[in-house]
Design a protein around this ligand. Sequence first.
Ligand code: AR6
Ligand code: MG
Length: 318
Amino acid sequence: MVDLRSKFTGALIGSAVGDALGAPVEGWSMEMVRSRYREGTGWTMINGRYTDDTELMIGVAESLIEHKGFNGADMARRFIQNYDATRGYSPWTQETLQRIREGVRWDKASENLFGGKGSYGNGAAMRVAPIGLLYYDDADTLRDVAYKSSSITHAHELGKEGAALQAFSIALAVRGEKEGMVPELQEFARSEVYKKKLGKIAVLLQKERTEREIIAELGNGEAAFNSVPTALYSFLRFDTFEASVVYAVGLGGDTDTIGAMTGAIGGAYYGEGGIPNQWVERLEEGARGMSYIKRLAEELYHLKKSDCNFMSAQRYTF
Ligand code: AR6
Ligand code: MG
């Protein structure tokens, strides 16, 4: 049995590890990634520097902890405060954060992107791990908070749904439900696009598939629907954190984000102990580095615990 605390730290550290492994090869083809890293597992992390994915995830965690739950204005403020231009933010996210800084409401600034539909990029899903952890036993609140947190930068239905599915995958991983994950997610999903992809995952898992098939069927791009299912598949296909993340990054494309999302689910399932030590040790430190991310995970865990105690105390009182 992996204990809950280790699942919380595993998810956040796992996400950062996947991001840092994928970052130096972001946008590369599968063949190019393979020529940079070695065949098989045992990869050496190149420099341990994380990207916007982790920086935003840190903002999500900080805000949930500070407000003991979701507060949109505060979460947006943290994204803006933590913003580091060298971390590879998309131009649309930069523009949206700038608009909020100039006074546009946190849930309005992203609405007018892409002809008024908003972005369906994976930028909301890649940062959602703290939400999957805090609400792992409450699917309705998890969905609601995942949608709202997405709408800060990603207003498109498919962007929000991608974040909710990624959060729910993490929740199921916390609960140790790997076998039943796809059917549970199919029931949870509201959009046909994702229901179809989940159906494909179930079929693809039935026998050995080539990387090329996986990329063609599930995708490896920046759209949430072309990367959230790919991360889930990468988790489900293997039995270790390492094999899943190496596979996810090895597909090429949006490697940092698919790596981060696979790492978050894997970390939530196997716990911190399942993540190779040499990767954790190479993760950047500094003001918001590995130790800080770990501390955030522990604070989220304590928040979850106190929340549960409060709820059960209430049940006894009334
Ligand atoms: N219509 C057409 N194309 C779209 C739409 C739409 N409604 N929405 C998104 N795209 P974006 P992200 C395409 O810019 O999700 C960073 O490196 C469009 O081509 O919101 O914040 C992160 O680490 C758009 O440029 O970015 C991630 O790896 C693209 O999807 C990655 O970038 C991504 O949407 C995505 O971050
Ligand atoms: Mg990134």
